[in-house]
Design a protein around this ligand. Structure first.
Ligand SMILES: CSCCC(=O)C(=O)COP(=O)(O)O
Ligand SMILES: [Zn+2]
Length: 214
């Protein structure tokens, strides 16, 4: 498969989706200090070869410019002529796509996802019991109990990326990095957004509930 088959309209559609969600999340204050990154897959998918549009590294994600996104391959290398650098965390997106075949991945740093990751670091996952919003993950069991995995936040992204495949839990479309942020994914941007919003609600809930219990 060649990436030449990716049509201009597909790329423009992916960039438009990223722009829309970037604007929405920026309005919620989810990109503090240039943090966060977003991606949408384009073209055909095979675990050994795929492409995606990803946010460029280090940009102020609350503003729109003509150089906010670029296309990369399954190894995170640019597949278009550009001076832009892909997100420093692109390798994590690569591993999530390879393992899950997802269509879109969103990463944000928030105070509640950082607090939850630290509160439950020693457990290795954030437990959530019986909260209605678990249904946003298409888990419909009454009183469902889920565990959201937490990975260490090593300085070297490849060291984190290599842990990602084994950390991913089949029913849970997200992974926390300790005192860093959440990666949430879905079959498309709509679903990834729903999952991310649910995770953020649940992190705030579990954190506040832990305080109330004390
Ligand atoms: C200033 S935030 C540190 C880097 C980070 O965690 C992040 O999410 C943004 O990195 P990017 O290269 O995608 O801009
Ligand atoms: Zn980050």
């Amino acid at each position: 498969m060649s990436f030449d088959a990716i049509r201009l309209e597909e790329k423009q559609q992916a960039y438009a989706e990223l722009r829309e969600v970037k604007e929405l999340f920026a309005g919620r204050g989810w990109f503090t200090g240039t943090s966060g990154n977003l991606s949408v897959r384009v073209g055909e998918y095979r675990p050994e070869q795929f492409a995606f549009a990803v946010t460029a590294s280090g940009k102020d994600k609350s503003v729109h410019t003509p150089s906010d996104y670029l296309l990369v391959d399954q190894n995170g290398k640019a597949i278009e002529t550009t001076g832009l650098k892909p997100s420093a965390e692109t390798l994590i997106h690569c591993e999530i796509y390879r393992k899950t075949g997802a269509g879109s991945i969103f990463h944000v740093h928030t105070v509640f996802n950082n607090l939850a990751s630290e509160l439950f670091w020693e457990r290795g996952s954030v437990p959530v019991d019986g909260v209605e919003l678990i249904k946003a993950f298409n888990i419909w069991d009454e009183d469902a109990q889920i565990e959201i995995p937490i990975l260490p936040n090593y300085a070297e992204i490849p060291r984190i990326a290599e842990l990602v495949p084994d950390a991913i839990q089949p029913r849970i479309p997200g992974i926390l990095l300790r005192k860093h942020g959440i990666y949430a994914w879905g079959a498309n941007a709509f679903e990834a957004k729903r999952h991310l919003e649910a995770f953020e609600f649940l992190f705030e809930y579990v954190y506040r509930w832990e305080l109330l219990k004390k």
